[in-house]
Design a protein around this ligand. Sequence first.
Ligand SMILES: Cc1cc2nc3c(=O)[nH]c(=O)nc-3n(C[C@H](O)[C@H](O)[C@H](O)COP(=O)(O)OP(=O)(O)OC[C@H]3O[C@@H](n4cnc5c(N)ncnc54)[C@H](O)[C@@H]3O)c2cc1C
Length: 179
Amino acid sequence: MKNQSNSPQSGDRVAIIGGGATGALCSVLLAEAGFQVIALEKKAIGNGSSSRSAACIRAQFGVRETALGMAFSGHFYEHFHELMHTPSDQQCWMIRHNGYLFLYEDPIFYEGDQSKHKEVELAWIHAQSQAAMHRDIKLPVEVLTPSEVHVRWPHIDSSRLIGATYCPSDGFLNHDQIY
Ligand SMILES: Cc1cc2nc3c(=O)[nH]c(=O)nc-3n(C[C@H](O)[C@H](O)[C@H](O)COP(=O)(O)OP(=O)(O)OC[C@H]3O[C@@H](n4cnc5c(N)ncnc54)[C@H](O)[C@@H]3O)c2cc1C
């Protein structure tokens, strides 16, 4: 950095270490903010996890801050082309909201390791309070009964379930396009 103050200023030079998704995005945002950016990659672009991701994206996480961050991430990918100024001939779908359904087994039917029985009982209680937290931050998470699961997804055997949570905005990213 060329300026003598401790705080970075537009025009300063910045080195980003790592040519994965994090390094690429930081480079773009810093360059847009006026910094002179150089990104350094030790091997090849996408050498790390970024070329290996299964591209699942969901906001149904247990920590409020993570759920909020993932909701922002969903918004970012919905507006990816606009935000990243993708050339119009390269614009294609970036996020598919197929929704994620989490199924919870009724502890009555649990036949596994009995030391884990309490864990199974608590899982559903925890899932319901997590869904309340999600709705509190405006995520469209639904709490479903086994019969509601059966009506919407008849191929799922709901007979051993106690309930489910479903978030229609969870889904998959177009990994190749992002990478
Ligand atoms: C099999 C797999 C499946 C995954 N599935 C999902 C998924 O479904 N959904 C999801 O959200 N996340 C998923 N992830 C996680 C996700 O891929 C990573 O969180 C994300 O790609 C991390 O990006 P990154 O840029 O921080 O790191 P990376 O992509 O790992 O990039 C780090 C880069 O830094 C370089 N580097 C390291 N040290 C140096 C150095 N000293 N000098 C220069 N360069 C250096 C490396 O070569 C590498 O290219 C998955 C990960 C894996 C491995």
